[in-house]
Ligand binder design. Structure first.
Ligand SMILES: [Zn+2]
Ligand SMILES: [Zn+2]
Length: 293
């Protein structure tokens, strides 16, 4: 069994696509499974990868954009009916507590109906969560220890989304870093130092501009404008490669892939990156797995 394993559940963006779900990933180390972000489709992908909601020990939320959070409702119900008896540990930025309270409130009638129908077979815990709102600056700060995995948070630049964090997961000398949604910034550079794997927010701005031109010429001006706005708060693939090189990362995994490319577009998506980053580069896809021995 690898020291740390990364499973990409969702590698897409807010706009739904059949082949890339909303952002979510699992990091495994020993008996521990940690979920980072819970974008749309995450729960289905968990069943597909064989690590179900009841097996998740803790959840870390990078920021409160919908493409990172909206599967919380399904996760909480599937965990409960899967037999879990303890609240789910959730760590996230300021606002996480009220967001979770909102999802739980939306499930209030469902929870009541299931208790009424199934009685004591279901644990009293219901959809309860144990939420910790974290804070961190540009230096990685330890925020939790889950089993043998130490978790550090660092602030990233996804303005106007504030706060927004990236996370570094360490087990022994091995590390996996999740950038969260961000531009290249000092926090990410510090957080990614020497990482075995960096999972990086990645937008190919040239391909995005071409997509926006197509949308505009087919009369979908609003969609083109919204995508155009997204350029300001996501790293271009070249910036992600630059940060990975500066930080001495071993393996760069491009995720939060925008535009939502197909397999045959990977060479275009990654064009020129091998001249910037000298390590291994992968373009993530849903259910991809990467182990570190
Ligand atoms: Zn975002
Ligand atoms: Zn996002």
């Amino acid at each position: 069994m690898p020291t740390l394993e990364l499973i990409l559940l969702g590698t897409g963006s807010p706009i739904h696509q059949p082949h890339r779900s909303g952002n979510a990933q699992i990091i495994r180390g020993g008996e521990i499974n940690v979920l980072i972000d819970v974008g749309w489709g995450a729960t289905v992908r968990m069943f597909q990868c064989g690590v179900g909601p009841p097996q998740i020990d803790a959840v870390f939320v990078t920021h409160l954009h919908s493409d990172h959070t909206t599967d919380f409702a399904d996760l909480l119900v599937m965990r409960w009916v899967g037999g879990i008896t303890k609240p789910l540990r959730v760590y996230g930025p300021e606002g996480t507590e009220s967001m979770i309270a909102g999802y739980r409130q939306a499930l209030e009638a469902d929870t009541r109906f299931r208790f009424a129908h199934h009685g004591e077979q279901l644990a009293p815990v219901g959809t309860e969560c144990d939420v910790t709102e974290i804070s961190a600056g540009q230096e990685p700060t330890e925020v939790a220890t889950i089993g043998e995995i130490t978790v550090k948070a660092f602030e990233v630049d996804h303005r106007p989304v504030m706060p927004a964090y990236g996370f570094r997961f360490e087990r022994g000398a091995k590390s996996i870093v999740i950038s969260g949604d961000t531009n290249a910034c000092p926090g990410l550079l510090n957080g990614a130092q020497g990482a075995d794997i960096l999972v990086a927010d990645s937008m190919n701005k040239k391909m995005m501009s071409a997509l926006e031109d197509n949308l505009r010429s087919s009369g979908r001006g609003l969609q083109a404008a919204l995508l155009g706005d997204a350029h300001t708060y996501h790293a271009d693939v070249k910036d992600a490669a630059e940060i990975a090189q500066q930080a001495g990362v071993k393996h760069l995994v491009l995720s939060h892939v925008m535009p939502s490319i197909l397999e045959e577009q990977i060479p275009q998506f990654t064009e020129g990156l091998d001249g910037i980053f000298k390590g291994e580069i992968s373009v993530g896809h849903d259910l991809a797995r990467y182990g570190i021995e």
